[in-house]
Structures are given as C-alpha cells and as structure tokens.
Design a protein around this ligand. Structure first.
Ligand SMILES: *Cc1c(COP(=O)(O)O)cnc(C)c1O
Length: 425
C-alpha cells in the first residue's frame, strides 16, 4: 500500500492534500497516516494469526524508531507492547498510555536509575546484554525487594547482510551475550536471588530484506531453549527481535511482513513458549513522509543543487548511512507563471553547513523555487534522530486520520532551543 495518492490538487495522504498541510503547518513537516500505521500493525497480527500464534504472542513496537506520543498511543490502543532502550522511552510509553506489563527493556548500557524505574513500573522483561548487567540488575532488584524478570539477549553470530551500522548479530558487535557463553550465564542467572529467568531474546540487525538470517538465528535460539529446558531452565517466552526491512525505493520492494516472518513462524508453531517480536522500522517507516519546500535552485557546471528547507538535522539517514529515500513532487500539474521547469538531475540538499547535508543525490526532477517535495519512507528513524544542529528548530509532526489532520508535535520555536542554557554569572 502506498502512503500517498495523486489527486487533482496534488499528492494526498489519506484524504488530505499535502499542499494544505504545508499551508497550515509550514515546512519542514513530518506527516504520518493513522490508516497506514494501523495497517502495518494489523499485518503482524494477521501473520501471527495465520500460524495460530496470535493469542500467545506480543508485538512490542521498538520505540526508538519513532517515539512521538500519538504514535505510541495509537499502538497502545491497538494492543501493542513496547521495546524500550532507555528510561526516557519508558516514561514516554507510560505517558502515552502503554501498559508497563507489555514493555521489554533492551540496550547494552542500562543505568541503575533506569533499572530502578523499570522495576518500579513493573515491566514485562529486561533483555539483559551482559553478565555484568545481570549482577547489577540482581543488586538493584534486591535493594527494592523485588525480582527482575529477565531474558538474556544472545548474539547468534549470523550475518544479517545489512548496513554495518545497523548490523547487530555478529560476534564483533557490542550487542548481546556471546552464544557460547549464554548457557552458563543462564545457569548462573537461575541461582541469583533477585532475578527471575523468563525468556530469551535476539535481534540481529535492521532493514533486513532476506528472511534467511533471522530464520537461522531462530534455529540457534530454539536449540539453546531446548538445551536449557533439558537442564531444568524452562523459558516462558522467545523474543526474536525486530529488523524487518521496508521499501525505500520504488524499484526495490521489500517482502510483505507475512512472507518475511513465515520461515520463522513455521519453526515456532508447535511450541509452548510465548512469542515476542520487536519491530520498529517496519511498523512506521512507510507510514510517514517528510514534507519540504524548495528554497533556492542553484544550477551549476557540474551539479545542479536544489536547496530545500529540510536538512540532515531533520532526516539524518542519508548523511549517516548514505540511505536512499524516494523524493517526489507534491504538485500534480505545474501551474502558474513561474512554471518554467524542465526535469534535470538535482542534488537535493539542506541549508546546514556540511557537505554531508544531503537528502538525495542525482534526482531527476522538474523544479521551481517554492515547490513542495515529499521525502518518502521517513516515518522511522527520521524525527527520532532529528537534532537542533545549526540551531534549527525541529520540524512539526502531523497525523492524518481520514480527512482530519492533527498536530502531534508543534514546530519548535527558536527560544526553546536555548531555554535550558545559562550564561556565566
Ligand atoms: C532497534 C531495535 C529494534 C527495532 O529494529 P527495527 O529494525 O526498527 O525493526 C528491535 N530490538 C532492538 C533490541 C533494537 O535495538
């Protein structure tokens, strides 16, 4: 399903014209679709249902992909759990109406304060990533007179075949407990007084398009689960992480969620453990776009630049991973006296003072100054990674719901940028 459709007055998200959104809320502006978010969540539930796993599985949305309260609240209403990686994300989920009992807490460096907050909230499970973290958690739980529910995040040493920055399941990664050490650490965990061993977890990377590495990881995890059971350590749940890839280019489709999950789910169908998944990108990525306006056209000898009002501080993925986002014009047919444009290859760049500040290279577009562009597939790791670099206020975010548009984060105002700072006395 495509997020946008072309109408007589240009590109729409659901029933709302992006031109109207720009006029009302300004640019740059993130635009999400409630229907698209609902549909991607339903795709997970349907895939689990098709394998008879719906009533013993939990889809925990990975909050770091997009942590806007409205998005968290929407997933909470749909019944999702949440995968968090910080105390800040814990607070967001609770503020958005998510239930603590459906939260799993991942991350290699949880602070004691974060452990305490999560224990007090009563989260479902800590995904523990090292032997040392296990000891610290035992101690913190003891000081609160509680037992901490844990899974060990094991590192299955499989190559997820994705960008090295978002590959997490190789031996060389900082994530998880080495597969060969996991059994012994489980045995130790089972004897710690303030630890309750509940499950196992693995997450091998992000933007995965080939289901084979995840299926291979699942095989390794299941073998370990069986070995633990034989040793008297019965696990209640198996968490197979997130990582499902999405379509970023019109000519590079991603497999549907059901197809990606099928090889994994087939292995799990006959078992008794509950299942957890931690998808982030695949729940939100294609459900959002970044709306921007062309400020200045700079034709050149070697390259033609289109300087837009969004930049690397708004959408970091191109600068960080050399990631591709399709960029499409918002207007349907060119109208007006200024319509002199012919299509040519543009470097789509922002105003930030870095040559790495680009949103797209070599895009063939017919542009006039003032035109609106939609940067697609920007719902995940877009606003969540935005910064104020160059003292740029972060963009507004809106959610379209049918013919209604809701402002879900107001555009930052300049005084807010330094409101927390002070000069010397
Ligand atoms: C980032 C992350 C996810 C989500 O990854 P996606 O690729 O966005 O689905 C899930 N689990 C853990 C532990 C993560 O770090």
């Amino acid at each position: 399903m495509s997020l946008t459709t072309m109408g007589g007055d240009g590109l729409h998200v659901e029933s709302v014209a992006l031109g109207d959104i720009a006029a009302r809320f300004g640019t740059p502006c993130y635009v999400y679709s409630r229907a698209a978010l609902t549909a991607t969540y339903a795709a997970y539930r349907d895939a689990l249902q098709a394998h008879g796993l719906a009533d013993r599985s939990l889809v925990c949305y990975a909050v770091k992909a997009n942590s806007n309260l409205a998005i968290l609240n929407l997933f909470a209403r749909l019944g999702a759990g949440f995968d968090i990686v910080s105390g800040g994300e814990l607070a967001r989920v609770l503020a958005a109406g998510g239930s603590a009992g459906k939260i799993v807490f991942s991350g290699v460096g949880k602070s004691r304060a974060e452990m305490r907050a999560a224990l007090e909230a009563g989260i479902h499970c800590f995904n523990v990533e090292s032997a040392s973290e296990l000891d610290q958690l035992d101690e913190v739980a003891g000081s609160l007179g509680r037992r901490a529910p844990v899974s060990l995040r094991v590192n299955p040493d499989v190559d997820a075949k994705t960008h090295p920055y978002i590959s997490t399941g190789l031996k060389t990664a900082k994530f998880g407990i080495a597969f060969g050490e996991a059994f012994d650490i489980y045995r130790r965990a089972a004897h710690l007084p303030h630890i309750a061993v509940r499950g196992i977890d693995c997450h091998i990377g992000s933007q995965l398009l080939d289901p084979a590495p995840a299926a291979e990881a699942a095989d390794k995890v299941l073998a370990l689960v069986d070995r633990l059971a034989a040793a008297g350590i019965a696990l209640e749940h198996i968490d197979l992480g997130g990582g499902m890839g999405i379509q970023y280019r019109a000519d590079e489709p991603a497999p549907p969620v059901a197809d990606y999950l099928a090889p994994m789910l087939a292995k799990l169908a006959g078992r008794r453990e509950k299942l957890v998944f931690e998808p982030g990108r695949s729940l939100v990525g294609n459900a959002g776009l970044l709306l921007t306006r062309v400020q200045v056209l700079k034709p050149g000898e070697e390259k033609h630049f289109a300087v837009v009002d969004a930049a690397m501080n708004d959408l970091m993925r191109p600068a960080l991973y050399d990631a591709w986002h399709d960029i499409v014009p918002v207007s349907a047919t060119k109208v007006g006296a200024g319509d002199t444009a012919t299509a040519m290859p543009y470097e789509i760049v922002g105003p930030v003072c870095e040559s790495g500040d680009f949103l797209g290279h070599d895009r063939k577009l017919a542009l006039n100054e003032g035109d609106l562009l939609a940067i697609l597939s920007a719902g995940a790791y877009g606003m969540a990674m935005a910064s104020n670099y160059n003292s740029r206020p972060r963009a507004a975010e809106v959610m379209v719901d049918g013919d209604a548009t809701h402002l879900i984060r107001h555009r930052e105002e300049v005084p807010e940028l330094f409101a927390l700072e002070s000069v010397l006395p």
